[in-house]
Write a protein that binds this ligand. Sequence first.
Ligand code: HEC
Length: 311
Amino acid sequence: MGLPDTACVVYRLSQAAYRPLFETVWGQQAFDITWPHDVERICSTPAGAAVFGGSATPLHLTQVGRDRANATYDQYALSITAYERPADVSAFSSKFDAYLASTYTLTEHEQRGYELFLGKAQCNTCHLDGTENSQTRITAANAASLAPLFTDLTSANLGLPRNPQNPFYFQNVADAFGFTPNAAGPDFTDLGVGLFLRSASGTNATAQLRSVAQQAEAAQIIDGPTLESATDHSAILRWTTNTRGGPAVHYGAVQYGTDPQHLKQTAKSPNRWNTNLPYVRYRVRIDDLQPSTTYCYAVDIVRADGTSIGV
Ligand code: HEC
């Protein structure tokens, strides 16, 4: 949320439409806090702004006010936990859950992948899946948990290399609020938990693996985009990307408009990844242009529902 003080969360809750419900559950004392006159200004300034001088509690509250805000904050966290626990939010309805519940049989392919996960590759020594780490076939009958989270809730030092495409490595310049996310820039080394616990240098929390999907990498443009032809009312744009494989139909899309900040219109045309060719060529025709008008455009590759695959 970027709020500069946990008490700002409580302040925002005190203004919410559901405040009476919160008080019914947790008591009338929850928001019985005298807020300082500058509460709105402070809570509207993002965390890390230079004006706070590094303070994590820039809201000046009485000791009782601070204690109350801390208690209400914890109750807010408990409310979220209670909300997330039921099956309508945490359904545990994946294919793997069905497998653990003996209502689905893994295909040969899935079974081999799973055996690798808990056998030779030893993934489940950290990403606990409720079964033992062995190459024997595990069934629901001997699973320790039927709703595993695939994490041991500890941290491990994997020695992963930097990802230079992570924008954080370039955020070494102060923003409008005087906040510099990463003063070290590209030289930053992510010590994980070690950034605040000296004894745990380099360790990162074992990520849970639910809802992890294979994300195809964005294709790279290797030629264009260029204006292939244009009339007073239409234009054809052309560009070429490398191929990413797979038979799925997708679309070359051009977002265009007269204001570069708001490319409001979109034209698209279908395409197919062709694994026999090292490239894919896109040609998109735009039909509703006004004569003698300057247009700006951006090209993209999108799915049938319009969501971006990215270039
Ligand atoms: C030594 C413990 C350990 C083992 C063994 C391990 N992992 Fe991990 N895994 C981690 C940690 C720690 C992270 C988080 C790394 C980070 O944030 O830098 C992680 C992250 C991941 C992620 C990223 C999840 C996300 O949401 O971004 C995936 C996917 C993953 N592991 C899969 C695997 C697979 C598959 C194996 C077996 C080949 C495996 N892991 C073995 C500890 C482990």
